[in-house]
Design a protein around this ligand. Structure first.
Ligand code: 13P
Length: 253
């Protein structure tokens, strides 16, 4: 049994005050983390404060990206060592927005995964196809390539603690969700890639999230599918009420 994991990706939303209010509003209302892992990936600026506020609760705090070097002359970047120094638990890597707007490559993502693991930060590794790729029938080929590249060089015991996230680009922020069947099929294909690269036990252990217009009214159906172990959520993670609904649905899945 894989424990569901719901990660909010706040992207570039919320002021400092709004972020604090959110964490204060949700932290006493979280379902037990025996049943679901609750994560919020916040803007980097807010991370130390949110980690501190959430430290008494079961809410884990994550970053949305990071560099792969521990330090250096990289103006504006944030390093894995810096994230670890403020006790961040998770980091999203290879989000399609980072790939598209900031030229994040498969090679850089692979280095970032290694850097995250070396600091005991759990990487949430994203993959997903464009609408053109879906229409051309190359979805599984695309995500297999992205996942294979991200995992290059890691041992099975590293991989079983990672989180993979399938986010079709055409479903992000558009209100268009992949059908639960389609999402499950691609998540199953990703699990098959892990099985081929490693073994059945690793493939069965790794958690795979779906992301792309996940909302309280579609999460139940998505999570009822065999290969979908949680969600990576943008818009619906911004309001405490809808985030808590997603967690409840996952805890009861
Ligand atoms: O990109 C996403 C999460 O990383 C998905 O965003 P939405 O849930 O707003 O579609």
């Amino acid at each position: 049994m894989r424990k569901p994991i719901i990660a909010g990706n706040w992207k570039m939303y919320k002021t400092f005050e709004e972020a604090i209010q959110f964490v204060e509003a949700v932290q006493d209302k979280l379902p037990s983390n025996d049943n679901v892992d609750a994560v919020i990936c916040a803007p980097a600026l807010f991370l130390p404060t949110l980690v501190q506020i959430a430290s008494e609760s079961e809410l884990a705090i994550g970053a949305q990206t990071m560099h792969y070097e521990n330090e250096g002359a990289f103006t504006g970047e944030i390093s894995p060592a810096q994230l670890a120094s403020v006790a961040v638990d998770y980091v999203i890597l290879g989000h399609s927005e980072r790939r598209e707007y900031y030229n994040e490559t498969d090679e850089a993502i692979n280095k970032k995964v290694a850097a995250a693991l070396s600091h005991n930060i759990v990487p949430i590794i994203c993959c997903g196809e464009t609408l053109q790729e879906r229409e051309a029938g190359t979805t599984e080929q695309k995500v297999a390539g992205q996942i294979t590249a991200a995992l290059a060089g890691f041992a099975a015991q590293d991989v079983e603690h990672m989180v993979l996230a399938y986010e079709p680009i055409w479903a992000i922020g558009t209100g268009k969700t992949a059908t639960a069947e389609d999402a499950n099929q691609v998540c199953g294909a990703i699990r098959a890639v892990v099985e081929k690269l490693y073994d059945t036990a690793t493939a069965q252990a790794v958690r795979i999230q779906y992301g792309g217009s996940v909302k309280p009214d579609n999460i139940e159906e998505l999570l009822s599918k065999e290969h979908i172990d949680g969600a990576l959520v943008g818009g619906a993670s911004l309001q405490a009420e809808s985030y808590l609904k997603l967690l409840e649905a996952a805890a009861n899945a």
